[in-house]
Unconditional design. Structure first.
Length: 335
């Protein structure tokens, strides 16, 4: 609150922030101070699911002007390396990324960002929808990596925010049937709301039993599994469940080392793919939101003003609802 308002550089914009979603990674940094090799060593601003209003532009910026409403892509390459040249800039080892140590995030009143990674929102796309483009992008990138297409039968493991966006995107990309598993009945109900065809509440079944249940409700083994929990047993179930010749995409991040039935996957030619964030997804997401082809509004279940950020983080930590959204602009009176 007491930090000076930053001045934008030549190719940057200064934003008055509006909506910022809280991600599980934000809570993890808050609670544990690290995620894998990313360690918090100094005070760090959290937040990377965001939208805001441009209030000042650098002299090199031509596509944005003060007053424009924008969604912010949090990952900005620092150099034009081999990954940027091939369009996979998310893999650049030197990339700036909001709220990943040591880079500050955008859960604040004012924030400056590369203008090329701020995307103008159409009038019929809200600030909240703009902030939700970040998690939505994970679903777009994962479903593309998975090869979801017309008629695909898809198994989504986990019904948290990332599982839900994968359900939304898979259905939009033409999946004929999507089945979702989770421990929580309320989260599975939300999966139904956003388009899941079948849900399975997992209790204490073995991974093989979960795979068998998935096959039973689908009437066949799914060609595509999108694993959104990172839990070892769920990854195992994902391998057992996926049809021979199919694809398993690992989205959820858990422990560095896990035990999986890799030979089962190998002899059945199940392709295992990872994803790291996303790339080239904001224009796609904005087009989908503007055309009303997808609806992400049901994902937001809690809203707090910035002054109640701690309460918002506690709510997320307890696993209440789905997506908790913070409103950073005290002058805005919209619901």
């Amino acid at each position: 609150e007491n930090r000076p308002i930053p001045e934008p550089g030549p190719n940057e914009v200064l934003l008055r922030m509006h909506s910022v979603g809280i991600c599980g990674s934000d809570v993890h940094y808050w609670q544990h101070g690290r995620i894998g090799d990313f360690v918090v060593k100094d005070p760090m601003v959290l937040g990377h699911e965001a939208s805001g209003t441009v209030i000042k532009v650098g002299f090199g910026v031509t596509h944005l002007k003060p007053g424009d409403r924008v969604a912010i892509e949090p990952g900005v390459p620092r150099e034009m390396d081999e990954f940027c040249k091939t369009g996979r800039y998310n893999l650049s080892p030197t990339i700036f990324f909001c709220a990943t140590p040591p880079d500050d995030g955008n859960l604040c009143r004012y924030y400056k960002h590369s203008a090329n990674y701020c995307y103008k929102l159409p009038d019929n796309v809200t600030f909240e929808e703009g902030a939700l483009i970040e998690p939505l992008s994970v679903g777009i990138h994962a479903c593309k990596r998975a090869g979801v297409t017309l008629g695909s039968k898809v198994f989504v493991s986990g019904s948290g925010p990332i599982g839900l966006v994968n359900v939304i995107v898979a259905k939009m990309m033409g999946a004929a049937v999507v089945v979702v598993t989770d421990l929580s009945a309320s989260r599975l109900q939300k999966a139904k709301e956003v388009g899941a065809d079948f849900t399975i509440q997992v209790k204490n079944e073995t991974p093989q039993e979960v795979a068998s249940k998935v096959e039973s409700v689908l009437g066949c083994m799914p060609e595509i599994t999108v694993e959104c929990t990172g839990v070892q047993a769920c990854i195992q179930a994902g391998i057992y469940a996926t049809r021979s010749g199919g694809t398993l995409v690992l989205v959820g991040l858990g422990p560095e080392m896990v035990t999986v039935p890799i030979v089962n996957a190998a002899v059945r030619e199940v392709d295992i793919r990872g994803i790291f964030r996303y790339c080239n997804t904001w224009p796609v997401a904005i087009a989908l939101l503007a055309s009303k082809r997808i609806n992400v509004k049901p994902l937001v279940t809690h809203r707090f003003p910035l002054e109640k950020a701690l309460e918002a983080f506690e709510t997320t930590k307890r696993g209440e609802g789905v997506k908790v959204m913070l409103k950073c602009d005290p002058t805005d009176q919209s619901p």
